[in-house]
Design a protein around this ligand. Structure first.
Ligand code: AMP
Length: 185
């Protein structure tokens, strides 16, 4: 089972992704984590991504898709994958469908964590990540609205799409998210 977890920056995707992976035995593939790993190792890809990340812009699709293609060549994805932070553009969503189809797979469902704008700003302000400066946070929200909201519409139109209330305690959200994934099985 391959699931795409969608949500604005600060919607709690990362936290919920960990819990869902533990519950359903899925492999967590986070494009942001993969980029940060490249950054930390000082790879060429990391150097390329650095500027985009620090501005809150998206890394170009071909670079991002190439990185995910490489990740999907690892054997641990056979258990099923929970995608977190990818796809963030419609082109990435189309590429993901093709990549999964190469091994007979598909996106079995998309789950959107729905949170209010005020919650996002509060959560990002308290997270303290290097790319969480006020300016970058606003840029990432703009990027989300312009490029990733169409991805939500893309999956909504395909069906197998569920919206989960992302407000409240982590455990409550986790229970709702798990129920949504169970319904997609
Ligand atoms: P995240 O940890 O998901 O918030 O990602 C951190 C940063 O990595 C983003 O602000 C982008 O610069 C970059 N990034 C992560 N995922 C993607 C993606 N799917 N497409 C393009 N850039 C991405």
């Amino acid at each position: 089972m391959n699931i795409v977890l969608l949500g604005a920056p600060g919607s709690g995707k990362g936290t919920q992704a960990e819990q869902l992976c533990a519950t359903f035995g899925l492999t967590h593939v986070s494009s942001g984590d993969l980029f940060r790993d490249h950054l930390g190792r000082g790879t060429e890809l990391g150097e390329l991504a650095r500027g985009y990340m620090s501005r809150g812009d998206l890394v170009p699709d071909e670079v991002t898709i190439g990185m995910i293609r490489e990740r999907l060549a690892q054997p641990d994805v056979d258990a099923g994958v929970l995608f977190d932070g990818f796809p963030r553009t419609v082109a990435q969503a189309e590429a993901l469908a093709e990549l999964l189809a190469e091994s007979g797979g598909r996106v079995d469902g998309a789950v959107l964590l729905q949170v209010a704008d005020e919650t996002i700003v509060d959560r990002l302000a308290s997270r303290g990540r290097e790319d969480d400066t006020a300016e970058t946070v606003l840029a990432r929200l703009d990027t989300f609205r312009a490029q990733t909201v169409p991805v939500i519409e893309h999956y909504r139109a395909q069906g197998r799409f569920t919206e989960v209330d992302g407000e409240g305690a982590i455990d409550e959200i986790a229970a709702r998210a798990a129920e949504a994934v169970r319904a997609l099985q």
